[in-house]
Design a protein. Structure first.
Length: 369
């Protein structure tokens, strides 16, 4: 991976040479579906495609006249650029999708709810089109503390100022948390229903009636059953999104991948390792603060503090003879070295800040919007 040479710059990667081989660009002559007719991603098997077409009325086509998938070559026609918000309840796969779309890790992932806490932009430029994806925190409905109120403001502030919304749910599932997110989606912005984790649905015959029920809940521009972990599905998703983006100049250089600095990514990577290694033992309110980020050529010297709410949590993070904290630091350092392409010295400390997640001032001081 390639990154900026200082922490204030944004992470970059030259993806021009690989864009033509890794993405599938839709025909620009296709117009967005605005009449509520469902369209499904043609990455699913033929039987499911036929069933979806009969049950919902059609599907999007992203193939050439010869029946082969299209792939962008040289930029053709006017430039397109737009913002695409990816929203949904916690743990539905939003960060996994945005990392796949960008082609590099820009948003951390774990099995723990509330892993994503910031508005993270990931860019991908393919042919004449620049896609600006916005990863948002999962909309919080279970806790009403200051941290969750901040995260929900981030989500609501994002979805009112984009060109396209991708509402992400799990295929064949729709619960109260999903409904809460859906109730906040603006009617004046095109919305794609992305039914993720299609690979986990064993009874494909259930998908068509489920999609029919989803159609009754909201007017969607398109319906896309897929798996964010399937490369072919991700490639075709570019073509689905492209036609909703306006014709305008790009917002970022073609090789830019995220709006976040190395300093920000360092804190996120430490927090990811913390969540993954602690699992359900550690409350979701833990966070990571970067105290020092220095560069000496390819060497980074980083000091970070893991903030927890109770003394008991501090002991769990440190572990017996410091082994748990050492492992968190080792895994974070190894990933940071891959990210930066240089040596990283990482120091970790653990501090207790009781009640910080329900203190608006402390939440802001820790970098949350």
């Amino acid at each position: 991976m390639t990154t900026p040479t200082n922490p204030s710059n944004k992470t970059n990667k030259n993806n021009k040479a690989t864009a033509a081989k890794t993405a599938n660009q839709a025909a620009k002559a296709n117009k967005p579906a605005t009449d509520g007719v469902a369209q499904a991603l043609p990455a699913v098997d033929a039987d499911l495609e036929a069933m979806l077409q009969g049950a919902i009325g059609g599907r999007a086509s992203h193939k050439t006249a010869s029946g082969k998938d299209e792939a962008p070559t040289e930029p053709l026609g006017p430039k397109r650029c737009g913002t695409i918000a990816i929203v949904g309840r916690p743990n539905v796969g939003k960060s996994t999708l945005i990392n796949a779309l960008v082609g590099q890790k820009v948003s951390i992932t774990s099995g723990k709810a509330q892993t994503t806490r910031h508005r993270i932009m990931g860019m991908r430029t393919l042919g004449a089109t620049q896609f600006v994806f916005v990863d948002t925190p999962g909309f919080q409905t279970r806790h009403a503390n200051a941290l969750n109120r901040s995260l929900n403001r981030t989500v609501l502030g994002t979805i009112t100022d984009v060109d396209l919304i991708v509402f992400m749910v799990e295929a064949n599932r729709f619960g109260l948390e999903d409904a809460k997110v859906l109730s906040h989606l603006p009617a004046n912005i095109p919305t794609i229903l992305l039914a993720n984790k299609l690979d986990t649905v064993h009874r494909r015959g259930d998908i068509a009636p489920w999609l029919q029920s989803m159609q009754e809940r909201h007017t969607y521009a398109e319906y896309v059953p897929m798996s964010a972990k399937a490369t072919k599905d991700v490639q075709r998703f570019f073509g689905i999104c492209e036609k909703y983006l306006p014709e305008q100049d790009w917002m970022y250089p073609a090789d830019e991948l995220t709006d976040k600095s190395e300093r920000f990514l360092a804190a996120e990577i430490v927090r990811e390792k913390l969540f993954r290694l602690m699992g359900d033992e550690l409350p979701y309110t833990s966070t990571v603060i970067i105290d020092k980020f220095e560069e000496e050529g390819k060497l980074r010297r980083i000091a970070a503090t893991i903030v927890v709410e109770r003394d008991g949590h501090k002991g769990m993070v440190i572990g017996e003879k410091g082994e748990k904290l050492k492992r968190i630091g080792t895994e974070a350092r190894q990933e940071l070295e891959k990210l930066t392409g240089g040596k990283v010295f990482l120091e970790l400390w653990v501090k207790v800040r009781s009640g910080w997640a329900d203190d608006d001032a402390r939440v802001r001081s820790f970098g949350y919007e």
